[in-house]
Ligand binder design. Structure first.
Ligand code: ASP
Ligand code: MG
Length: 413
């Protein structure tokens, strides 16, 4: 018995029938004696529908009004779920973000939570109610409704779990956990029983499809155990937690992440002298373009080639900026390439195991994939390769690091 925060996403509350199924699940937890706080998203598609309505009225609506509008989707589901719980004989009460008092700053449509008043919540729980709280919304100190950015209900759930010191924050969604890699790319991708906060953040390009990355950061910071589960299928899901020092057999590698949203820029024949990297990347930063991987190589003729990657949508702009820089510092040429991708091997076990990089490069060499750039962090090694080899690379690495699920036996479903 304990206090559990359960969050149900848009598809999980996407119809009256599904809201009923969610109510059944919540009722079961309640019957087992747990205290339950439920956080809900808007019914699937609802937030998009509301945004489209706004755009029909005005091209760029004021963010304050936008928040009043798009926060309504979640209010609808809190009431419907409470009713469904009542119908099942479960005491329940709905709350908007402002009723709880989830206090945020005043950055409308992307507000940050400052503080949660848990007095009211504790009183409700003590009186035996299931509390159904609207995700994604809060209130600023002047009483204006705010929202937390798309996908923000995950953050609401984690923040509530942190404020209430819940035993676990469960995120119910339409997948049954976090996988070693994208199952659409690798058939044998396997659900992980557990993964650390750090690994989950490094797997962001995969994980963000499962839950909002900001929520993972938040959970890591406040050490809230987070579990991703399927809304309508039984199963243990994936626990996202701290590294377990007692676990003897921490797997070296948790998974293979990849990202297609990368483009490479190269500036060739740059005079090699102090301040060059700054001259190149300074203007890129000023243009608000985020840089990911950087590689610099000096030749022996006192020039250097300098490459870096940006998001694909920034390629054209970055190239323009770089052309200006090239003229100024008398570099020879600027090249852009959008047909690249990044593949990463992620795992906290890397800290204590040598040879992960060479195994990775060996696996790629074996299938004839050329590595264009390499970058590493303490728990991640990433390479930039030609995009057309991405799936091959992911599959080769997944099997080289032994991440495959045991093959299913013939004849079983
Ligand atoms: N309804 C909001 C959205 O669609 C928040 C959420 O679902 O987490 O972004
Ligand atoms: Mg969501």
């Amino acid at each position: 018995m304990g206090l559990i925060v359960q969050k149900f996403g848009g598809t999980s509350v996407g119809s009256i029938q599904r809201i009923g199924q969610v109510a059944d699940k919540v009722a079961r937890f309640r019957a087992e004696g747990h205290d339950v706080v439920v956080v809900v998203s808007a019914m699937s598609g609802e937030t998009n529908r509301l945004i489209a309505l706004a755009e029909e009225v005005q091209e760029r609506p004021e963010p304050r009004e936008m928040d009043v509008l798009i926060s309504t989707g979640e209010q609808v589901t809190t009431a419907l779920l409470s009713m469904a719980l009542h119908k099942r004989g479960v005491k329940a009460k709905s709350y908007t973000g402002s009723q709880v008092r989830i206090l945020t700053d005043d950055s409308h449509t992307k507000a940050r939570i400052r503080e949660i008043d848990n007095e009211r919540l504790h009183a409700g729980l003590e009186a035996g109610f299931v509390l159904v709280v609207a995700g994604f919304q809060g209130v600023d100190e002047h009483g204006n409704i705010t929202t937390l950015g798309r996908g923000g209900s995950d953050t609401t759930a984690v923040a509530l779990a942190a404020a209430l010191k819940a035993d676990e924050c469960q995120i119910y969604t339409d997948v049954d956990g976090v996988y070693t890699t994208d199952p659409r790319v690798v058939d044998g991708a396997r659900r992980l029983d557990r993964i650390t906060f750090e690994e989950m953040l490094e797997m962001a390009s995969m994980g963000s499809k499962v839950l909002q990355i900001r929520a993972v950061e938040f959970a890591g910071k406040y050490q809230v155990p987070l579990r991703v589960l399927h809304s309508f299928e039984e199963g243990p899901g994936t626990l996202i937690t701290l590294e377990d020092a007692n676990q003897m057999e921490t797997p070296t590698i948790a998974g293979i992440a990849f990202n297609r949203d990368e483009a490479k820029l190269t500036i060739l024949g740059v005079p090699d002298m102090p301040g060059v990297a700054y001259k190149i990347l300074g203007p890129i930063g000023e243009a608000n373009i985020e840089v990911d991987v950087i590689v610099q190589n000096s030749a022996d003729d006192n020039t250097t080639d300098f490459s870096f990657t940006v998001s694909r949508s920034d390629l054209a702009r970055a190239k323009e900026v770089l052309q200006g820089v090239a003229n100024e510092i008398k570099a020879r040429e600027v090249r852009g390439d959008s047909k690249i991708a990044k593949v990463s091997v992620v795992g906290v076990g890397m800290r204590s195991h040598a040879g992960v990089a060479s195994q990775m490069f060996g696996a790629l060499a074996e299938v004839g994939i050329n590595i264009q750039m390499i970058t590493t962090s303490e728990i991640k090694i990433s390479v930039i390769i030609e995009e057309k080899f991405l799936e091959l690379a992911v599959r080769s690495l997944h099997s080289s690091f032994g991440l495959e699920r045991e093959p299913k036996e013939e004849g079983t479903a």
